[in-house]
Each structure stands twice: as C-alpha cells, then as structure tokens.
Design a protein around this ligand. Structure first.
Ligand code: DHB
Ligand code: FE
Length: 284
C-alpha cells in the first residue's frame, strides 16, 4: 500500500521565484532566504518520494472570480506553468499522477468532502515556488521535477474560505485515501502559503512574529487544537493573506497521529513584504 512519509511546509512568495529566475539568488538579501532551504534541498535528494501531493492556492490565475472551487484536485497527466503577467516561469511543466489523484478523489469524496475534479489547470507561484525552493532549478539536460506532483488547490482568496478544522479533517481523509492505494508508493504532502502577511490596505506589510512562532509550535505538537482556530483570528493576527496558513493544516492532518520528527525549521523576515516560514516533518 502507499504511505505518507513526510510533510513539508513553506511560504510561496512570488518574488522568490523572480529572484531565482532573474539570477539574483546570490544577493545578500536573498541569500538570507535561500540559506534556510540548503538543508531542505539535500533532504529532498535523500528522501525523494514517488509522488508529492502539493496543497497550494491559485491566485486568480487558473480560476477567475467566475468559478471558485473550495478544494480542487488536479487529475491530469501534466499541468502547464501559468502566465501570471510576465510570461510563464522558466521551470518544467508539472507531471501529475492521474491514478493516485483519481483514487484520492474517489476516497475523499466518498468521505463527504466535496472536491472539484480538474483535468486542465495551469499552476501558479503557489505551487512552483515551493518546488523551486525544495528542488532548485532542474538542469537543462534533465529538465523535469524529481517526481510526479498532484496539485491540490484550496480557495483562500475569495470569501468564504474553508475553516482550519475542515482542512485538518480533509488531511486525515487524504491520509486514509493514500493508505488504501494499492501500490507501494512513498508520498509526501506539502502545505504552502503563509506565514503572516497582508498584501493590501492600511495594514499592508503586517508581520506578526509571535503569531508565526506559536503557529509553528502548535502545528508540530498540537495540530488538533490549532485546527480549532477560527478563520477571523488568522485575518486579525496574521493579516488578510495569513489565512493561507489553513492549507498547512491539510498537510499536517495527513500525518500519523504520533508526534512527528522535526527534520528542519526555518523562519525569516523579510521576503518581499512578507515572512517566510518552513518546516519539514517526518512520520515516525
Ligand atoms: C505575495 C504573494 C503571495 O501569494 C504570497 O503568498 C506572499 C506574498 C506577494 O505578492 O508579495
Ligand atoms: Fe499566496
């Protein structure tokens, strides 16, 4: 049977992708950000899974305000890189895993979560920046990501957004689905977005270090308690885009019920006008 081996959590700031793509990653400002991912790139080389189930949010690139799925599972064999206004990022297209994605859709929908099945979806910085941070830039002679990726898009852009509690329970349903897939696959679940940030209005640039640290502590050690946090607390304390953090609860819910091993923890301010947070948790 398939099993979940580890979960990865990281912010997905688009300026990080731009710094990489424009050759600025050696600059002192960006070195401080990328230093937190040196460990992670080696860890991923040492622990390459067969599939990554990547929880992220689309930023009005694949889905406009005309159609807003709360939870959308990418079931295609390939996903194009979205053009977010400056042309697509120069990174490989994302290969999917249609068999596992269809199995998870079947299992999770039968467990009463209403997923939207998506067979065509360009993926934006929410998905590609975490891949770049964790994998680096694939070489020209092997221009591909290290393994297939199932994109799982969550609406945290247009209200109403799903609660942390629902996201955590969905993660548990995803675990059950993976563990009932009849192939010996090692699967990682990644939760992306956050940490505290607000991109617009009078509070633009809001950073709440205390909130972020407490969120990481609780995500590791008391996720079921953290899952009860109402969405309005994220918005008040972590900024309007801090609500992206509920996606981390999906990845955490997919982990075993035992305390995970913290393989890596990193936090840095600033990247663009936001905080960057990053965790790697291994199932024990
Ligand atoms: C920015 C955009 C994001 O989607 C995000 O999660 C963090 C920062 C930005 O535009 O700076
Ligand atoms: Fe975002």
């Amino acid at each position: 049977m398939a099993r979940i081996t580890a979960s990865v959590y990281t912010s997905h700031v688009p300026a990080i992708g731009a710094a990489l793509d424009l050759g600025k990653s050696g600059e002192p400002y960006w070195q401080k950000v990328f230093s937190g991912y040196e460990f992670s790139k080696q860890w991923l080389r040492d622990n390459t899974p067969d599939v990554i189930f990547l929880v992220y949010n689309d930023h009005a690139n694949a889905f406009s305000l005309e159609l807003i799925p709360t939870f959308a599972i990418g079931c295609a064999a390939e996903f194009a890189i979205a053009d977010e206004g400056w042309g697509p990022r120069p990174v490989p297209a994302v290969k999917g895993h249609p068999e596992l994605a269809a199995h998870i859709a079947q299992s999770v929908i039968q467990d009463d979560f209403d997923l939207t099945i998506v067979n065509k979806m360009p993926v934006d910085h929410g998905l590609t920046v975490p891949l770049s941070l964790m994998c680096g830039q694939p070489p020209a002679d092997k221009f591909e990501w290290p393994c297939p990726v199932i994109p799982f898009a969550v609406n945290v852009v247009q209200y109403p957004v799903p609660s942390g509690r629902r996201c955590y329970n969905l993660g548990r349903a995803i675990r059950k689905a993976v563990e009932s897939f009849d192939a010996p696959l090692k699967v990682q679940v990644w939760g992306t977005g956050g940490m505290s940030h607000q991109l617009q209005g009078p509070r633009a640039g809001l950073i709440n270090r205390e909130f972020d640290a407490a969120f990481l502590d609780q995500l590791i050690a008391a996720p079921a308690v953290l899952a009860q946090k109402p969405h309005i607390d994220y918005v008040r304390e972590a900024g309007s885009e801090g609500i992206e953090l509920v996606m981390w609860l999906i990845a955490r819910g997919a982990m075993n019920d035992t305390l995970p091993r913290v393989a890596h923890r990193f936090y840095h301010v600033p990247a663009s006008n936001t905080a960057v947070g990053h965790l790697i948790l291994e199932n024990t």
